[in-house]
Design a protein around this ligand. Sequence first.
Ligand code: FAD
Length: 328
Amino acid sequence: MHAQGVWVFVEHLGGEIAPVTFELLGKGRELADDLETELAAVLLGDGVRDFAEQLFRYGADKVYLIDDPVLKDYRTYPYAKGIVKLAQKYTPEIILIGATTLGRDLAGVVATWLNTGLTADCTELSIDKTTRLLHQTRPAFGGNIMATILCKTARPQMATVRPRVFPLPEPKPRIGVVVEEELGILEEEVPTRIIKYEEEKGPGVYLDKAEIIVAGGRGLGSKKNFRLVEELAEVLGGVVGASRPAVEAGWVPYAHQIGQTGQTVRPKLYIACGISGAVQHLVGMQMSEVIVAINNDPNAPIFNIATYGIVGDILEVLPAITEEARRV
Ligand code: FAD
């Protein structure tokens, strides 16, 4: 059967749809329009029917729904089985999944069972209208190059995409169709059980939702000096971010790391303190609206992408800014 349609997997937890789902629906809408095909959301869970309306508002023409108690908590086996069943019946051309912990776990299994390829951790997607090939771009060779990967023969074309690389689309009223299928798996057939959930201690506020981030790098020099970053973040009502060396030095937990092997962020204001601007850091924060860089080296690459640059010693500049911000 001829493959058609762009599908977006709906990730949800605790009754809330993950923002990356809406970001992917926004991008998926563009891809579907370019291909003159439909955009569908793939919704699995227990008691999740009511999510459909939100998915239509964010651009879906159709929702493929499997609502079953076995899908109450995310587990790889029944979720992958459900998506594969839908994909084998309705043959999508493209499947997009968020590159979250859950999405990374799920996508590989789905791709394997569908006998197709998967490009993990994409930061850009575009379509060639003539060949209908999805151009899937992601950092490669330690982030030194951006590689564009094509899945030329197998279908569907599958990609996981990092949260926050695409903007949230504007919701609009829209009417769509729900197509419901049965899961067809009994609880006894699922090889795993969820015993309990334990919440990971993170930065308090999710970095990927923060509007202001003050990030510190190796230039701070010590854990004690890193406190200056935390102070400015506190005063501005922002969240602390960090480059990898600051995390590796133990100045701040990994949950704060921004970049290729950390989080991708898109705040209104990003203040980079003593961070050189290596490509592996930039891929995680270059979409920030306003970037302020503080560095004592006027040739530091961070200045190439900064909206405002301050050349100076971080240990003098940061306390001065914090003091000024306290006064305002
Ligand atoms: P440096 O590059 O050492 O820069 C420190 C900066 O501080 C310099 O520009 C210096 O001029 C400035 N400075 C020093 N003293 C002062 C002072 N007193 N006042 C003002 N400025 C001062 N990095 C990440 O951040 N995130 C990632 O997710 C990530 N993933 C990676 C994945 C791979 C596979 C690899 C190979 C690398 C990864 N890296 C990552 C590391 C990355 O390549 C860089 O090494 C790192 O980003 C550099 O961190 P930095 O800017 O804090 O340190």
